[in-house]
Design a protein around this ligand. Structure first.
Ligand SMILES: NC(=O)c1ccc[n+]([C@@H]2O[C@H](COP(=O)([O-])OP(=O)(O)OC[C@H]3O[C@@H](n4cnc5c(N)ncnc54)[C@H](OP(=O)(O)O)[C@@H]3O)[C@@H](O)[C@H]2O)c1
Length: 239
């Protein structure tokens, strides 16, 4: 007998932020290839070359503009009638110590890495609940689990908060069938990591591998909830 998956019937719809590049782009492509319908939020909305117009819509989204998530969500509901998953991948890293950073830079990281994903999930909440198996992936970081270096300090503050955000969503959504996971990678071979390390791409986690993990997390049934998922390209004491 086939095991029930707990998935809602019909083609599932995922919102992906940060889909223009890096991890978000890899996720979007993987989800498209595995049958999802996608709503992509981008500062410069351009449909990826692999996407078809029936299953992929692209909307303007700037994480620093409160309200732009609501327009994106409303457009998605109008186009596809449902939202089953939110993958919040848009993020920035300002490599400054907790002593050197000023409030403007710290606020910017908080705005994009913490406050904007909260707003995006909140705007999608009714649709995620209607799915009865809504899924939220917050791209946090291993920097949300430990402070690895001097210049990672300020980014870590925002990513510890992003991990807490994911746990808060998990608590708020449990009875509604919403499951949230804080995905916590170390270095992933994208523009962001290339800007802060000179290690070769081959020595970092491949964004396509992360996309496969996220695809699995989205597919797990309500009673196989993963609160945090850590993945590393290098050996550390605990991760
Ligand atoms: N790469 C790593 O080593 C690593 C490790 C752990 C966690 N992470 C986290 O994973 C997530 C994705 O990182 P990545 O490696 O894919 O970074 P990336 O290659 O630098 O891409 C960042 C993405 O975020 C988008 N973005 C930035 N600011 C935005 C804004 N104001 N509004 C809307 N979108 C915005 C960018 O859009 P534009 O193209 O418009 O700039 C881009 O799509 C981030 O949250 C990051 O902190 C990354």
């Amino acid at each position: 007998m086939t095991k029930p998956t707990g998935r809602p019937a019909g083609r599932r719809v995922a919102l992906v932020s940060g889909a223009s590049r890096g991890i978000g782009a890899a996720c979007a492509r993987h989800l498209f290839e595995t049958g999802w319908t996608l709503s992509l939020g981008m500062r410069d909305p351009v449909r990826p070359d692999w996407a078809d117009s029936e299953r992929v819509r692209v909307f303007p989204y700037d994480a620093t503009e409160a309200g732009s998530e609501q327009t994106w969500v409303d457009g998605t509901i109008e186009a596809f009638k449902r939202i089953d998953a939110v993958i919040a991948s848009a993020g920035i890293m300002i490599p400054k110590s907790v002593i050197d950073i000023d409030d403007t830079d710290l606020d910017r990281m908080f705005e994009i890495n913490v406050k904007a994903p909260r707003r995006l999930v909140r705007a999608s909440w009714a649709s995620l609940a209607a799915s009865r198996a809504g899924r939220v992936i917050i791209l946090a970081s291993l920097s949300g689990k430990r402070v690895k270096s001097v210049t990672a300090g300020s980014y870590s503050i925002s990513k510890f908060a992003a991990v807490a955000l994911s746990h808060g969503i998990r608590q708020a959504g449990w009875d509604l069938g919403i499951r949230a996971t804080a995905v916590c990678p170390g270095f992933v071979a994208t523009d962001m990591a290339r800007g802060i390390t000179d290690r070769a791409d081959a020595l970092m986690t491949d964004p396509d591998d992360l996309a496969r993990i996220i695809g699995l997390l989205l597919d797990l049934p309500n009673h196989a909830s993963v609160a945090e998922f850590s993945i590393n390209c290098q050996l550390e004491e605990s991760y």
